[in-house]
Ligand binder design. Structure first.
Ligand code: CA
Length: 369
């Protein structure tokens, strides 16, 4: 991936969301796809995304998805990905795919909590599972089954199609030594994490991606989370924040989704359905692998190029946040039966898988690394 400057990165940054997402335009893949096979595609589909075109990992992954589908189908299916704002604003993609105005979209379930709160449980839960465990719930537990059931009401078929892996706790200019230190703290932290911060006495602030750096620099906000070392470095937070906190309790992973219009998907021949499903699964592992590899590389850059101090949230702060998270989730599932159904299944799976993770990988990391 070509190196991009913070200015270029921010230029494309328009909006949204817990991942810290952005917008602009894209089309290279469309041209590229037209050259490999001589036959005319039987299906020419559009894919709207909540990312800027060629956005590191996420936009790049959507371009690759289209390329894989094209090649696996021997040119029978050509998908044109569009960045947020190119065809429609990214946050309208759910409705556009649901109505069939476009055939597919790529984004994250928790962008749709205004439509139905259960959607967030298909993306991430604070203090929830990590990427490996979440994928296990999706593919080998009831995750995909429940997801399909819930999204069918909106005429959509969902697939896991990317994951950020573990995120960082965020950038701060004051130390967090007790839960009291979160009182009055203005932090850019969306979603359920923001809900939890508010319960701890802080003020979650929604900032457009392009404004976070300036807001932090000017003290409009005291802290921000974003994704992890790679994307955070591109945003330049290491230039203006003193402390980089771990762990990202609010997003121990974030599963990204491919959504396909249900009617259009069901009208496809079976081999093309399987090709889409398979390419989505490849995107899922490709993006997660990219995040891990790039975060490793850019963590070293942050360490070498800045004076940022790495900090760990104290245990009692994390325990308090965990209690607030439980309260926040109880409020959601108490008023929404669909959220309750999804969350309880996830929690049951998680309870079992945590025992195994503790006995295996946690033990390995604690004892043997
Ligand atoms: Ca985030």
């Amino acid at each position: 991936m070509a190196k991009i400057s913070r200015n270029t990165f921010l230029k494309s940054a328009g909006a949204i969301g817990a991942l810290g997402i952005i917008s602009t335009s894209c089309n290279n893949i469309i041209k590229k796809n037209s050259e490999t096979f001589s036959n005319t595609p039987e299906y020419e589909w559009k894919m709207v995304t909540t990312w800027p075109p060629n956005f590191p990992v996420l936009g790049e992954g959507c371009n690759l998805f289209a390329e894989w589908v094209y090649k696996m189908s021997a040119g029978r299916m050509k998908i044109s990905p569009y960045g947020s704002g190119e065809l429609i604003p990214g946050l309208q993609s759910f409705d556009a795919v649901s109505m069939g105005a476009v055939e597919m979209g790529h984004g994250a379930g928790y962008y749709w909590i205004g439509k139905f709160p259960a959607s967030q449980f298909f993306t991430t839960v604070p203090f929830g599972m990590n990427a490996q465990e979440f994928n296990a719930w999706m593919y080998a537990g009831n995750g995909i089954k429940l997801w399909k059931e819930v999204y069918a009401e909106y005429n959509l078929v969902p697939f896991p199609a990317g994951n950020t892996g573990f995120q960082m706790g965020g950038w701060f200019n004051k130390e967090i030594n007790s839960i009291e230190d979160l009182k009055g703290l203005k932090m850019r932290i969306p979603g359920l994490g923001g809900n939890v911060l508010a319960r701890a006495g802080g003020t979650p602030v929604v900032s457009a991606g392009s404004e976070i750096y300036t807001n932090l620099e000017r003290g409009v906000i005291d802290a921000t989370e974003w994704i992890g070392p790679y994307h955070d470095y591109l945003m330049g937070f290491h230039e203006i924040a003193k402390y980089y906190y771990t762990p990202g309790w609010h997003e121990p992973q974030a599963c990204l989704e491919l959504i396909v219009n249900k009617k259009k998907y069901e009208d496809l021949p079976e081999d093309l359905q399987v090709i889409i499903e398979t390419a989505a699964a490849r995107s899922n592992i490709w993006m997660l692998s990219q995040f891990v590899a790039k975060n490793n590389e850019y963590l070293q850059k942050i360490e070498n190029e800045s004076k940022v101090e790495f900090k760990v949230f104290p245990d009692d702060v994390l325990q308090s946040l965990k209690v607030f998270t439980k309260d926040a989730i109880n409020d959601i599932i108490g008023s929404d039966p669909t959220s309750k159904m999804v969350y309880e299944d996830q929690l049951k799976f998680r309870t079992g898988v945590s025992k195994w993770s503790n006995l295996s990988e946690k033990m390995y990391f604690d004892k043997l690394q």
